[in-house]
Design a protein around this ligand. Structure first.
Ligand code: ZN
Length: 81
C-alpha cells in the first residue's frame, strides 16, 4: 500500500498538512453505526482498544466505538464518511 512510513506509528512533523491522512475503520459495538475516524483523533487517545486504537464514543448512541481490525485503514485527503 502507499503509506510513506510503512507502519503508521511514526509522527512526522515535516509532512505537509495538505497530504493524505490515515483513516481508521470504526464501528459501534451497540448499534450498526460505522464511520472512518481520522488518525489525528486516534492519536489523541490512549491506544487501549482493538488494533492498538482507542475506544471512543459512538456518534449515534454514545456507546463503545472501536476500530474494525478486520479492515484496512484508508489514506485519504478528504473525509471519506
Ligand atoms: Zn452506536
Amino acid at each position: 500500500m502507499g503509506t510513506q512510513d510503512g507502519n503508521g506509528q511514526r509522527e512526522d512533523n515535516d509532512l505537509p498538512f495538505n497530504g493524505p491522512t490515515e483513516w481508521y475503520p470504526y464501528h459501534c459495538l451497540a448499534c450498526d453505526c460505522k464511520m472512518w475516524v481520522e488518525d489525528i483523533i486516534v492519536d489523541a487517545f490512549p491506544p487501549d482498544g482493538p488494533g492498538k486504537c482507542p475506544i471512543v464514543c459512538c456518534p449515534e448512541c454514545g456507546r463503545d466505538f472501536v476500530m474494525d481490525i478486520e479492515k484496512e485503514t484508508l489514506m485519504s485527503e478528504t473525509d471519506p464518511n
